[in-house]
Design a protein around this ligand. Structure first.
Ligand SMILES: Cc1ncc(COP(=O)(O)O)c(C=O)c1O
Length: 377
């Protein structure tokens, strides 16, 4: 698993078009607005922006985050229910550190985010994959497992434009999931990394807004702003947030103050609302390019999920093909992808492939899909 992540972060060799990494498109980076904000912060606010910060985050950013959650999710965290983190991945690691002992059960969507699987493995959790279908996690399947005695310390779920499948949890299932986990006393860890990147600007209620008593939400500015700032948040029950904050004291102690002040100033100036529509349209247009190339070139027997936002689609290969075995031929043909098996805790995914359409230019996406199609054929 860790080899797969190292390969993704290292990028692909020259000449190879990569559908592997879920990197945000640099065209969405907030460069123009940041020039001015950065200059002002360094000139006028160095005492805060270049200093250590409170563990749970600078008060001004906390206030901005609470306002923003109220505006975008219709629920406002109470003081104590919110903390700033160094991105979504740190939040997963903090949850592992504070909530999971070796051998504890954790439930995840099958498949799910590679980084989360790696963190759960590192903390020696006993990971249980729960089936998904086109409407996301199959809540009835989870109910069956809970009724059968499974007692996970937490359920890790990515309800919107999931990494790796691009699928979205339906509204009905959101309500059912919160009700089920409340009934069985299971903490839901909701990862909303892609939530604001629907193609049409719409969104379903977050699990946290439906069940703030049983849900801790991990958010990140990596996909909306820039991963280079390593900034996110956790919102949830005060006792859980308290545990995460205690764990943070032994990792980085506080998230970088410069990034916190940048996001606060950028957000307060209204730049998220101003720039998000263009980012959504860019990713929507990238998805359409992949869909077109798929329709034009892919051989019979392949299928693709239909994301309504985010960075990913999930390809199923024709019977008998193996995504790991196919990869060297794909690299030779000049296209890289991540085999589906990387996203499962146990078996699974041999005939599946994650395709990220966020980063490559549209014409390169078309060419990458064409190359992949020729290898599959
Ligand atoms: C579902 C999901 N959660 C969390 C992360 C990590 O994000 P961050 O950069 O905020 O650590 C990613 C990044 O790819 C992701 O896809």
């Amino acid at each position: 698993m860790s080899d797969e992540l190292t390969t993704i972060l290292a990028g692909s060799p020259p000449g190879v078009l990569s559908l592997a990494g879920g990197f945000p498109n640099p065209a969405t980076f907030p460069t123009a607005a940041l020039d001015d904000i950065m200059l002002r912060l360094v000139r006028d606010d160095a005492g805060v922006a270049l200093q250590y910060a409170p563990v749970a985050g600078i008060a001004g950013l906390q206030e901005y985050l609470a306002d923003r959650l109220e505006q975008t999710q219709g629920a406002r965290p109470e003081p104590g229910d919110l903390m700033v983190t160094s991105g979504g991945m740190e939040c997963i690691a903090l949850a592992c550190q504070s909530l999971i002992d070796p051998g504890d059960a954790v439930a995840v969507e099958a498949p799910t985010y590679l980084g989360a699987l790696m963190a759960f493995a590192r903390y020696e959790a006993d990971v249980h994959g729960i089936a998904m279908d086109a409407d996301g996690l199959v809540v009835d399947a989870l109910e069956e497992r809970l009724a059968g005695g499974l007692r996970p310390k937490l359920l890790y779920v990515i309800p919107d434009y999931q990494n790796p499948t691009g699928r979205t949890l339906s509204l009905e299932r959101r309500h059912a999931l919160v009700e089920l986990c409340r009934r069985f006393g299971v903490l839901i860890f909701e990862d909303v990394a892609y939530r604001e990147l629907s193609f049409d600007g719409s969104s379903l209620p977050s699990l946290w807004s439906l069940g703030p008593d049983v849900v801790v939400q991990a958010g990140t500015f990596s996909k909306l702003f820039a991963p280079g700032v390593r900034l996110g948040w956790a919102a949830g029950p005060a006792e859980v947030i308290g545990e995460l904050a205690a764990a943070k004291q032994t990792t980085d102690q506080c998230s970088g103050a410069l990034g916190q002040r940048l996001v606060e100033e950028y957000g307060r100036a209204g730049h998220f609302e101003r720039r998000l529509p263009a980012a959504r349209e860019l990713y929507a247009s990238h998805w359409r390019a992949v869909r077109r190339a798929f329709d034009d070139h892919m051989p019979d027997g392949c299928s693709l999920t239909e994301p309504s936002g985010g960075f990913f689609t999930w390809l199923r290969l024709p019977d008998g093909l193996d995504a790991v075995e196919l990869r060297p031929a794909a690299i030779d043909a000049g296209v890289a992808y991540v085999p589906g098996s990387a996203f499962y805790a146990g078996d699974g995914g041999r005939d599946e492939i994650r395709l990220a359409f966020s980063y490559l230019a549209e014409e390169d996406l078309g060419e990458a899909v064409r190359r992949l199609a020729s290898v599959i054929a």
